[in-house]
Design a protein around this ligand. Structure first.
Ligand code: SAH
Ligand code: SF4
Length: 374
């Protein structure tokens, strides 16, 4: 099978070029063609030595996962469903804001952590995505958006990536890190470390490794102020408890591109949203972890048996944190008319029949062919 060049960061591509008997610097040209121009056809890469183009044509390819569908929400949010084989699909969501465009990227088909309030967690784990499948979501979305939004040359569509789609990124570490490096590379997307965020349910040893290998912005899914509740909501907590998690956060900060950790907190009615629980959170983090809180209104799905906290309760909870001097935001739910909101990402193609019917009533742009972005 052909080698997928999206599987390489620049270092990996240089090593690959060497293995073909080519000078390493050729990799920079090639990397730029692929990631900056969105090219997938080697013939198009006009300033690349003809000999290299010839060699690549026989053995390599630039292949993002196949796109199943593209849905555009009334608020401009775009959701793509990508086929990752064996009946599995993952989702990628573009969220346009006034001053920037954010892409929410998936790292696994399904997830083994099994959080109570997450539809991906309820599906169980199918498999890790490859580097090419992770970086390929950005490659596809960036170049597709440049085309559909008709952006002037040199203007990028995506300047912020959050690893908050399906899956636990730190349980797919080896594939994740090269994908992050590609996002950061000046010869590819040139995103600043502050604008690439890894969100984790709290794998503490992996947080330490990320600090050493590729320190980007860190978001930690906390969801509870004490171990008894967090054990239930985020089962991984039984292995890595809150104390251990906060220590890992403190160790991360000196290397982090921001001087705070973002704690995500999914607001579940009557479960974790009482003012007393907000006060417990303040006691937990104050003077220990410089942090911000991002409260996420729960996006319900039937199998969860859980309900979203009423808006007033979310506001009251936020106020307790804010009054204690902790910057706290409430996440605006985007794209929920196309099931693109947090925790609504459902991944199995065979489960999509109903969704397809629902989606058929909405605006759906068929993708003619996968190479359309190039
Ligand atoms: N596995 C990683 C990243 C993916 S989940 C993590 O857990 O951090 C991204 C965020 O969406 C997490 O904070 C997660 O708790 C939140 N989330 C999951 N299901 C949700 C739901 N149904 N409603 C609202 N937020 C949800
Ligand atoms: Fe996995 Fe994150 Fe969902 Fe938990 S919230 S099941 S870690 S994707």
């Amino acid at each position: 099978m052909a080698v997928n060049l999206l599987d390489f960061d620049l270092e990996g591509l240089a090593a690959y070029c060497e293995s073909l008997g080519e000078k390493r610097f050729r990799a920079v040209q090639l990397f730029r063609w692929i990631h900056q121009k969105g090219a997938s056809d080697f013939e198009q890469m006009s300033d690349l030595a003809k000999s290299l183009r010839g060699k690549l044509a026989g053995v390599a390819e630039v292949r993002a996962p196949a796109v199943i569908s593209e849905h555009v929400s009334a608020d401009g949010t775009v959701k793509w469903l990508f086929d990752v084989g064996a009946g599995n699909a993952v989702e990628t969501v573009f969220i346009p804001e006034a001053d920037r465009g954010t892409l929410c990227v998936s790292s696994q088909a399904g997830c083994a952590v099994g959080c109570r309030f997450c539809s991906t967690g309820h599906q169980g784990f199918s498999r890790n995505l490859s580097t090419g499948e992770i970086a390929g979501q950005l490659w596809f979305a960036e170049h597709r958006l440049r085309q559909t939004l008709q952006l002037p040359a040199g203007q990028r569509a995506i300047d912020n990536v959050v690893m908050m789609g399906m899956g636990e990124p730190l349980q797919n570490y080896d594939a994740l890190v090269p994908a992050l490096r590609t996002m950061l590379s000046d010869h590819a997307y040139g995103l600043s470390r502050r604008r690439v965020t890894v969100s984790t349910s709290g794998l503490t040893r992996m947080i330490d490794r990320l600090r050493q290998d590729c320190p980007v912005a860190l978001a930690v899914s906390l969801h509870a102020p004490d171990d008894a509740l967090r054990d239930v909501l985020v089962p991984l907590n039984r292995k890595h408890n809150i104390d251990e998690l906060l220590d890992a956060c403190v160790r991360y900060l000196p290397a982090a591109p921001r001087d705070f950790i973002t704690f995500e907190y999914c607001m579940l009615d009557g479960v974790n949203d009482a003012p007393e629980q907000a006060r417990a959170l303040v006691r937990l983090v104050q003077g220990r972890v410089p942090c911000k809180f991002n409260l996420i209104p729960f996006n319900p799905f039937p199998a969860s048996g859980l309900k979203r906290s009423p808006a007033e309760r979310v506001q009251a909870f936020a106020k307790v944190l804010q009054d204690a001097g902790i910057v706290t935001t409430v996440r605006k739910t985007r794209g929920d008319d196309i099931d693109a909101a947090c925790g609504q990402l459902a991944g199995e193609v065979q489960d999509r029949t109903n969704a397809r019917e629902r989606l058929a009533r909405r605006r759906v742009i068929p993708i003619a062919e996968q190479g359309a972005a190039a």
